[in-house]
Design a protein around this ligand. Structure first.
Ligand code: HEC
Length: 350
């Protein structure tokens, strides 16, 4: 198991770091613009003009709260321009002193939120290097702000924004995709088990929200980390006023790596479960029954990601994930393949 974990874990986390939010921060950090092994497909992260440069440079300070929600200024250049830059309420073209954006950065805005980000002066973020764009430069940009682009008001259906799946969505959809049910994780020995706090079996890496009824039992035989894992995955808990995390950070990545492996293993081991092993059995190897292995790999990809793989992707999954693990055994190979798909950017995002 340790080879599986280290190999897949590293690969998945590396690809996540590159894919999710890869653009943000690139305008002000040499390092993130040129990491050692970034694939070439990311030219679209280059700033598209001055407004975009400002957006990318402010993003590290702001996007944590303004990617989604009712003020998603940092979801895209279009949102930034139409919601913030060319909104007279926030930016008065040519007049930084009277622009609320500047007042917010200085912490002197009128209204209930005098400062952005709330609770931490922008100047402090500059001092500790989280952002490098100074307030002076934001002022200079507003002074010379270009006129709004002509198409600002037209709807742009192409501007879909991608967000991570919430922890709830991950738990519920992974369970369904893998053919698992609550019975696979919690004790069903009491007849009324559905109505009382779940007694979670140990060693199964169950992940469940802390504020869903009937709750998780606090008995010592119940796996008490269940709720903790859910929160690591980015989930909230209304009972303790914990907000969900809109980002996909390292702790969520780590939780998902472990969850994907444990849950895929359970799915493979569950007798009669065709979710992962649809066209093969564990007796089929790539030497003995190559067609069945290829067919299953492609159908599993489709099942998990909702689209068929390109030939290159199917090949990469086969040679880089399936085959090396098959050298140990087929069970491990399918668990690893399944887990790799759960950490695929297409699975994690919506
Ligand atoms: C920790 C979360 C958080 C961060 C980080 C943050 N904001 Fe906000 N922002 C809020 C909240 C909460 C509100 C007020 C609620 C709302 O209107 O959605 C808000 C409101 C605003 C508003 C509207 C103010 C108004 O009165 O209409 C602007 C503009 C804004 N933020 C800009 C920024 C900018 C620029 C940054 C980065 C420098 C930033 N925010 C960082 C949480 C945050």
């Amino acid at each position: 198991m340790s080879t599986l974990r280290s190999m897949l874990g590293a690969a998945a986390l590396a690809s996540l770091a590159l894919t999710l939010g890869a653009c943000f921060g690139s305008a002000n950090s040499e390092e993130s613009r040129n990491p050692p092994d970034r694939p070439t497909e990311e030219e679209n992260c280059e700033a598209k003009g001055k407004n975009d440069e400002i957006r990318l440079a402010l993003a590290p300070a702001c996007e944590g709260c303004h990617l989604t929600g009712n003020k998603p200024f940092f979801a895209s250049l279009t949102s930034f321009e139409s919601g913030l830059v060319y909104n007279e309420k926030y930016v008065k073209r040519g007049d930084p002193e009277n622009s609320m954006l500047i007042q917010l950065l200085k912490g002197v805005a009128p209204g209930s939120y005098p400062q952005m980000p709330p609770g931490q002066p922008y100047s402090e973020l500059i001092a500790n290097g989280r952002v490098t764009l100074t307030i002076d430069k934001v002022e200079a940009w507003i002074r010379d702000l270009p006129a709004p682009p002509a198409e600002l008001e037209t709807p742009a259906p192409g501007e879909f924004t991608v967000r991570r799946l919430s922890a709830e969505e991950m738990v519920v959809s992974l369970m369904a995709q893998l053919g698992l049910t609550l019975e696979d994780f919690v004790s069903t020995s009491a007849t009324d088990w559905r109505d009382s706090a779940y007694i979670v079996a140990g060693g199964r890496f169950f992940v469940w929200p802390g504020d869903w009824s009937p709750g998780i039992s606090g008995q010592y035989i119940s796996d008490s980390r269940t709720i903790e894992r859910f929160e690591a995955l980015g989930g909230g808990n209304s009972l303790v006023y914990r907000k969900k995390d809109a980002n996909f950070g390292p702790s969520a990545g780590q939780a998902l790596v472990q969850m994907s492996q444990a849950w895929c293993a359970r799915a493979v081991d569950k007798s009669g479960n065709k979710a992962v092993l649809r066209h093969v059995t564990l007796a089929d190897t790539s030497a003995k029954n190559p067609d069945a292995v290829q067919k299953n790999l492609r159908s599993l990809y489709l099942r998990m990601l909702g689209q068929p793989p390109s030939e290159a992707e199917a090949q990469a999954l086969y040679t880089q994930v399936y085959l090396p693990l098959e050298a140990q055994n087929t069970r491990l190979a399918w668990i690893g393949t399944c887990a790799a798909l759960v950490r695929h950017p297409l699975w994690i995002t919506y």
